[in-house]
Write a protein of this length. Structure first.
Length: 340
């Protein structure tokens, strides 16, 4: 009985000591940080000037392992300094609109000060800054401590996001002629939003072509609206300007005549687009992106007939064969991230 009590006493005494010993043994095997080295950041970017708060480190532990730490706090990444005010507004608005990340990292390489590549985290990809941590944070195999290490980042937005209004820019070629000495006819513009119009018992989609008449002669003319009109060069019928019939054009005066025209593929503009490629945005100017690949060539035929007030109703007729070039452009109304 006395021996049994002695054993219990030994157990009570030794167990805490054994626990402390095991705890000390565990602490001894846990690597501890013995050194850290700041890594400079160099940006390869057309748009991002600076990433405030991005301070990656190489941390060395007692077990001789070196770990690359990209960024402990992601919040500063959401406020980069951009090269243009529109880009700055876009990034700020997108960060506030549900924390959307528009900056994309396509390449991330760790280099020594002399340009020697120490580690390639991302060679050719597209990840956000927070997602880059999954590719970088972790052990890095280094033969020796690097001298002035550099993290080289290729980073830009994937697209320019915003509220972009689609517009059509129309350019006319061969759009003027002289009917008689002193009387010139020139195409001024065309409406881009078609209207519905009743033509011969059917409903047609009509655009309006605006033609300018300049009378620098000494005669007075009247427009024959029944034989003045416009159509596509390959079209079979011409819509006339009946509403302008008998309009008087005195000497030294000008007037604008609206000619209805039915296009096989009506021009339309005024829609909204949410984003364009970054290259298209950077190639633009003053917030306007020029989409050359969407230019449309449209040959037209325009006929204008005038009758002189003198000379027994002498008829003067002029025919123009202009080509209208329609090109889409996207004007930035507001940069940012909006619901589709």
């Amino acid at each position: 009985m006395r021996g049994s009590n002695t054993c219990r006493l030994l157990v009570r005494t030794l167990l805490p000591a054994l626990g402390a010993l095991l705890l000390l043994s565990g602490c001894a095997t846990t690597p501890r940080e013995v050194d850290s080295q700041l890594v400079r950041v160099r940006l390869e970017s057309q748009t991002v000037m600076k990433l405030p708060g991005l301070a990656p480190q190489l941390v060395t532990y007692s077990n001789k392992r070196t770990v690359f730490v990209l960024q402990p706090d992601e919040q500063p990444w959401r406020m980069p300094r951009m090269s243009r005010p529109e880009l700055q507004e876009m990034v700020a608005h997108c960060a506030e609109a549900g924390g959307r990340q528009v900056l994309q990292v396509s390449r991330a390489v760790l280099e020594d000060g002399d340009g020697t590549v120490l580690a390639t985290f991302l060679a050719d990809g597209s990840v956000t800054l927070p997602e880059l941590s999954q590719h970088t944070d972790g052990p890095v195999a280094l033969a020796a401590p690097p001298v002035e290490p550099v993290l080289r980042l290729a980073i830009d937005p994937d697209r320019f996001h915003g509220r972009l209004r689609e517009e059509l820019e129309l350019t006319f070629r061969d759009g003027q002629t002289q009917i008689v000495p002193g009387v010139r006819v020139s195409v001024v513009s065309m409406s881009t939003t078609p209207q519905q119009m009743s033509v011969g018992g059917r409903t047609a989609s009509i655009n309006n072509l605006y033609v300018r008449l300049d009378n620098r002669s000494r005669e007075t003319f009247a427009l024959n609206g029944y034989n003045s009109g416009a159509m596509e060069a390959g079209g079979g019928s011409m819509l006339t300007a009946e509403g302008f019939h008998d309009t008087i054009l005195p000497p030294g005066r000008s007037m604008i005549v609206r000619l209805p025209i039915e296009l096989s593929e009506p021009l339309e503009a005024g829609g909204w687009q949410s984003s364009v490629t970054l290259d298209d945005y950077l190639a633009g100017w003053e917030g306007v992106i020029d989409m050359d690949d969407e230019a449309v060539q449209l040959p037209l035929r325009v006929q204008v007939e005038l009758q002189a007030a003198s000379g027994k109703g002498r008829t003067l007729r002029g025919v123009l064969t202009p080509t209208v070039e329609a090109r889409k452009r996207y004007r930035i109304e507001q940069p940012g991230c909006f619901d589709e």
